[in-house]
Each structure stands twice: as C-alpha cells, then as structure tokens.
Write a protein that binds this ligand. Structure first.
Ligand SMILES: [Cu+2]
Length: 396
C-alpha cells in the first residue's frame, strides 16, 4: 500500500476508535438532559446527518477523481470554460439545503431566547476563576432573603430557570452541555441563558471562553433537585449562623477566620469579638472585587471554581453515582467530617496559588494595585489550618 494512504487509513480508523472511547462523558453535548439542550440536539442531529452525507459524497468524488485522473503522463485534456447549467444547479442545491437548515435554526434560536415563561431567576457572575450565584428574593420558592453561593448552581427540576449572567473582570462563558448551549458572561452587560433539567442529578460544565491563566480550572456543576429537596436546600441556605461550641477547636478557628479571612470572605451572621457584624470587603482586597460567600460552604461538594472536591473520593462517588431518586438526599447531606477531602482543603489553605495558578509572574501582583487575583498565599501555620478546618466544617 502507498505510504500516505496507509497513514491516512491509520488516522481514520484510529479516530473512529478514539471517538467511541468515552463511556463516562459528563460533558457530552449529545446527551441532552432537559428541554433546551433537547431543542439543540433535535436541530444538530439532522443537520449533522445531512452534512455528513454530503461530506461523504464529496470525499468519495474527490478520492475517485484523484485516483482515476492522476498524472500518468497522459496528454492534457481538452480545456473548457464554464458550464452555466451545472454551475447554477450546484449553487441552487446548497442554497436550498441551507435555507431549510436556516428556517429550523432560527426557530430554535428564538425558542432558546424566550424569557417570558421564566419561573425562577438566578443571577450568575463570572470572575477569575469561579462563578458566583445570587438568588434574588422569590417567595414562591421560599427564597425570602437573597442567597449567595458559588461553584455549584442548585436548581429545582422541571422549572424554567433563567440565568442572568455578567462578569466582574473579563469575558467568561457559562456552559452546562447537558442543559443548554453556551452564553458569554460579559462585563457591563447582562445576558440570559435558560436552563431546565428533567431529572434530579449533577450536571458538569466549564467556563468556555478563555479567561486567563486558570481558565481550565474554572468549572461548575448544575445540581438539579426535586422540588421538595430544593425547598430543603433553600431553607438550609437561609438558616441562621451557628456559633461554634465554647472552647472547641472550631471556636478557635472562628477567631483565626476573623483575623485572616473575613476581609475577603463573608459568613452571614458572623460577629466580631466586639459584637459588631463581620462584613467582608473583597472589593478592597481582590482584583475582581469578590470572594466566595462561605456561609454554607459545606453544603456544596466542590470548591475553588469546582476545580477540587470537598468530598473524599469514596463519598463523592456515592453522591455523584447515585440514581436520580436518591441523588438529592445524598447531596443535601453535605460534607460531614468523615467525608471531607481533608487533603485538598488543607492544601488550599496552605498555598492556594500553588493548587490553582493565579499569576504567571508573581510581579503581576503589583500591576493589580496590590489586590489579589484569586485566593492568596497566607503563610498560615499548621496549627491555624487545623483550627480553620474544624471551623469550616461547622459552615453547613
Ligand atoms: Cu472563565
């Protein structure tokens, strides 16, 4: 066999084999789990089929021509100029195909852009390199005071959720492939994205607009809960602050937290020693002007832009692998001491920029006017880290 032909066959067969490898592909765009993603899938399947058939016909025609008419020293054939009938036909046929595709595409685009049937609103803000969610007051869902969370977007199933997206720094893009296409989060603008899940479950996604050094570590999940489970989640997010038991390790951790962390991280209801509420000022300390609200940190099971698990491997597999009728209950159990991924949380407190690159060049810190991009290195002692972990575990 000819050498190039041989390698072409190897590449072709190889890519077919490679393409069929992924059995566990949570970000597969071909497995819609809600009506918006289904709408896109219903469009892309036939379009892909038509394009595929045309692609095969063209490839076959090219291969046939290349082999049949390859240069064997034969005389140059008779030269012609133009064949109007053929040219018009070959223009009209693709135009008709594209016109049909366009009709269905526009239909889908308008349906996906609808906002007037929205049942629930969640504000989504991107920043380097994590997502913040802010649930405005919506009494019909029991949200009587705003809820602020990060990383994992929790939503009720069978509900038309409208994300209102923006960004605090550069352009990011929100994408949960199982639930819908992508929508850019642009500073100074609000853009909407519909999400709706048919079944309870955890659906993975990631930022899909290159946004700097840790773009690849800017991930997220949508957690769809049954309506009853969602109501429980809401109630927990609004539950008041629980003061750590007197003389416990967690109480010492609270003190460390007040000294080291509260300038960036809000914990609702946390009081300073003098009895005044501790109000975080991330705008003074962080380049994007925000840091995750940690009030109910242990109710989520990933952290730092969903790049790391808060749950140990064993517990994570139990939650994420749970069938849809129990996944909600498992998720709501949150992170208990037995299930905490101690290793990664401690490593994060020890030296966050080492786990998640924030600066290609440390001198860049000066350029951001002394404000950190992401979570800084805080030179904490192991003793303080022990106390902090005990404290963070109380933030259920
Ligand atoms: Cu991003």
């Amino acid at each position: 066999m000819h050498k190039t032909l041989k390698s072409a066959v190897v590449v072709f067969v190889g890519s077919l084999v490679a393409a069929s490898c992924a059995t566990n592909a949570p970000q597969d765009t071909w497995q819609p789990k809600g009506p918006n993603a289904k709408l896109i899938d219903d469009l892309q399947q036939p379009v892909f089929a038509v394009a595929g058939i045309i692609g095969l016909i063209v490839a076959a025609a090219v291969t046939y021509t290349v082999i049949k008419y390859r240069d064997r020293g034969q005389p140059i054939p008779e030269q012609t100029h133009g064949k109007p009938a053929l040219e018009i036909t070959l223009t009209v046929i693709p135009a008709l195909i594209l016109a049909v595709v366009a009709v269905f595409t526009f239909g889908a685009i308008f349906k996906l852009a609808k906002t007037d049937d929205t049942e629930m609103i969640i504000n989504v803000t991107g920043q380097q390199w994590w997502w913040e969610y802010d649930y405005p007051v919506q009494n019909e869902f029991g949200i009587t005071s705003p809820i602020i969370s990060s990383g994992q977007l929790v939503m009720p199933v069978g509900t038309k959720v409208l994300l209102r997206e923006t960004s605090r720094d550069v352009i990011h893009s929100y994408w949960i492939p199982a639930l819908n296409g992508k929508r850019d989060a642009v500073p100074g603008r609000v853009q909407t994205l519909r999400l709706e899940a048919d079944e309870p479950g955890i659906y993975a996604g990631q930022c899909t607009e290159f946004c700097g050094l840790s773009h690849a570590n800017m991930r997220m999940e949508a957690v769809a809960l049954s309506k009853e489970d969602f109501a429980k989640w809401v109630a927990n997010q609004q539950a008041p602050y629980v003061v750590p038991a007197k003389d416990s390790l967690a109480q010492q951790g609270e003190t460390v937290f007040l000294n080291q962390c509260v300038r960036c991280h809000q914990v609702n209801g946390l009081m300073r020693a003098d009895g005044t509420p501790a109000i975080a000022a991330p705008d003074e300390n962080v380049w994007s002007g925000a840091a995750p609200n940690l009030s109910h940190l242990m109710s989520r099971n990933t952290f730092a832009g969903a790049a790391f698990d808060l749950l140990s491997k064993k517990c994570r597999d139990e939650v994420w692998g749970a069938p849809s009728n129990v996944v909600g209950a498992k998720y709501l159990a949150g992170v208990t001491e037995d299930c905490l991924n101690q290793k990664d949380l401690r490593a994060w407190l020890r030296n966050a920029p080492e786990m998640k690159p924030m600066y290609a060049n440390p001198a860049d810190l000066e350029i951001s006017n002394g404000k950190y991009r992401g979570m800084p290195y805080l030179a904490l002692s192991e003793d303080d880290i022990n106390k902090l972990v005990a404290y963070l575990l109380t933030l259920k």
